[in-house]
Unconditional design. Structure first.
Length: 268
C-alpha cells in the first residue's frame, strides 16, 4: 500500500475515507483501465468482450475468494514487471481523462465535497493500483490516497508488491496506522463503501456509510442503523457490485495479453 498526500488540513479531529470501485466510481476502475488499453489497440476487442463476460459472471456469484485475490495480485504484478513507472502513470492519466472522469457518482462526489467544505481531510482507500488512486485523488482535489503498490527500483517495476493487496481487513489496518500518524480520532472519522468486504474499515470509524451497497452490507447497515446512500437508477439490475479483487484478476490477465502482444510486435 502507499499514500499520496497534499498539504494536511488541521481542521477537525477526524477524516473521511472513501472506497473507489462502485462507491466513488461506477463499476471497477481496473475495467475502465482495460477499456482504455483496448481503445489504444493494446489488446483486441475480443479480449475486452471476454473481460465483460467475466464481469457478468462475477455479478451473479458475487463473492471474493482468497484464490481470486491471489490471482488479482499475481496478474497485476505480471503486467507491470519490467515496465517504467512514469510510462504507466502517463497512460493512467490519459485513460482516466478519457474513460473514467465521467463515471464518478455525482451523489458520492457531493458527499466528498461536504467533507472538503467542512475542512476535513478526505482520503481514498482502495485495492486499485495506487497509480490510479493518486490520479483520482489529484483530479478531485482530495487529501490523499491509499492503494495497492507495486515495488519499483530505479523507476522500473520489479514484479513484487510493497506490502499486500489493500483489500478487506488490510484497509482497516492501513487506516488505523494513518489515523495514528495524523493524530485523528477514529470515532470522529467517516468511511464510505459499497462492499461487505469493507466491514472491518466501516466498523473502525464512528461514522460509517453504505454507498450503493451489496446485499450483505445493506442488511448490516440497516441492522446497525448506518446511513445508506444508493445513487444507482436501476438498483435491481446492479444489485450485486462487481468484486474489486475479482475484476482486478480478470483485467490483469487481459493486460498480460496486451503486454505480450506489444512485445511480440516489438520483436518483429
Amino acid at each position: 500500500m502507499s499514500h499520496d498526500a497534499v498539504s494536511p488540513n488541521p481542521a477537525g479531529t477526524g477524516a473521511a475515507f472513501f472506497d473507489v470501485d462502485n462507491t466513488l466510481m461506477r463499476g471497477a476502475s481496473i475495467y475502465h483501465f482495460a477499456r482504455g488499453l483496448a481503445s489504444r489497440d493494446l489488446f483486441t476487442t475480443r479480449d475486452l468482450m471476454r473481460f465483460a463476460w467475466g464481469q457478468t459472471v462475477f455479478r451473479v456469484t458475487g463473492s471474493e475468494q482468497p484464490e481470486h485475490i491471489n490471482a488479482a495480485r499475481e496478474a497485476a504484478l505480471a503486467f507491470v514487471a519490467g515496465h517504467d513507472v512514469q510510462d504507466l502513470v502517463s497512460l493512467c492519466e490519459e485513460i482516466y481523462d478519457d474513460t473514467m472522469a465521467d463515471r464518478i457518482w455525482e451523489g458520492t462526489r457531493a458527499l466528498v465535497q461536504g467533507h472538503l467544505d467542512a475542512g476535513r481531510p478526505v482520503w481514498l482507500v482502495t485495492a486499485t493500483p495506487v497509480e490510479l488512486a493518486q490520479i483520482i485523488r489529484r483530479r478531485l482535489g482530495l487529501t490523499g490516497a491509499l492503494g495497492t503498490e507495486a515495488e519499483s527500483i530505479d523507476g522500473v517495476y520489479t514484479g513484487r508488491l510493497n506490502g499486500d493487496l489493500l483489500h478487506g481487513p488490510a484497509k482497516a489496518v492501513a487506516v488505523r496506522a494513518l489515523a495514528h500518524k495524523e493524530g485523528w480520532d477514529l470515532s470522529a472519522c467517516s468511511a464510505y463503501s459499497d462492499s461487505s468486504n469493507d466491514l472491518p474499515l466501516l466498523s473502525l470509524v464512528g461514522d460509517p456509510h453504505a454507498v450503493n451497497p451489496d446485499g450483505d452490507l445493506r442488511r448490516y447497515a440497516r441492522t446497525h442503523e448506518w446511513p445508506v446512500h444508493d445513487f444507482r437508477r436501476h438498483r435491481a439490475a446492479l444489485k450485486v457490485a462487481v468484486p474489486a479483487a475479482v475484476a482486478g484478476a480478470v483485467a490483469g490477465a487481459v493486460a498480460v495479453r496486451a503486454v505480450r502482444h506489444r512485445r511480440s510486435l516489438t520483436a518483429r
